[in-house]
Design a protein around this ligand. Sequence first.
Ligand SMILES: [Zn+2]
Length: 294
Amino acid sequence: MKVHSLLSPWGRFGLHTYFLDTPEPAIVDTGIATSPAEGMAPTLEKLGRRIEDVRWILLTHGHIDHIGGAHALWELTGRRAQVVIHEADAPMLRSRRAHVDEYLNGRGRYLRDPDGEAKQVATAAKVISGEMEPTLLVRGGETLDLGGGTKLQVHAIPGHTKGSVAYALDGHVFVGDAVQIHGAANGFPGYEEPAAYRASLQRLRDEIRPNRLYLGHPYRRTDGTPYGVELDAGQARAALQESLDIEARVAAAAERAAGDESAFAGQLGYRGDPTLEPSPFFTTLHGYHHEERP
Ligand SMILES: [Zn+2]
């Protein structure tokens, strides 16, 4: 099976989506509203493939840069593609408002930006191509038949979001943003549920064991240098281990800082701008604050 990376504009590093050249062609993640027509269609044409033949739209999670183009892509397939998302993140595909509420209930509480809600409403209106009901809800554990005996496994790997999934096919594993290492543009790893994030990283390392790991963004090492977005088995193991090591440091700092934002930043020596959207610093801090303690 051949995999082709399709880059969508987003933030400072863009989002990587992937075309799977399977008997029933699939695209993992969709970028923003303009990505399918302006980015994907011409790239596929150069590969001798047609966007209208895509039969699977596989969403790794509900964040705006991953689902924004879903409706537009689905339209380009004549509404014939299956649109797949975990049920916990499906509200993000059904409704633009869900993105605004997620902001207000999470990082928005710390950012206290008086224009925050209006900015989120405007972004959702622009970036999301349409609200829609997914055609196939998954929970992890499913096997999808991409034609000609090509079987793709769905694994639940919550943490970055509640409904994050990995799609695995012949050792190729697509995880979206579920392996954060040190984060991308903001230099901080973003996850909503720390304990679930840790468990999912361990599961990827010990059970799923990718031969090739595909990431949504070029995440950074602690020293600031980026990993690529397509990692071989050795690089994948290193990225998973480094993600776990970083999570352990962040957890320890969260424990010591006991909810104080600047103490948390100080413990970690964090010098990025925590208010830059998507503000993973505050999403993650909020996750530790509200984590159930054993
Ligand atoms: Zn994300």
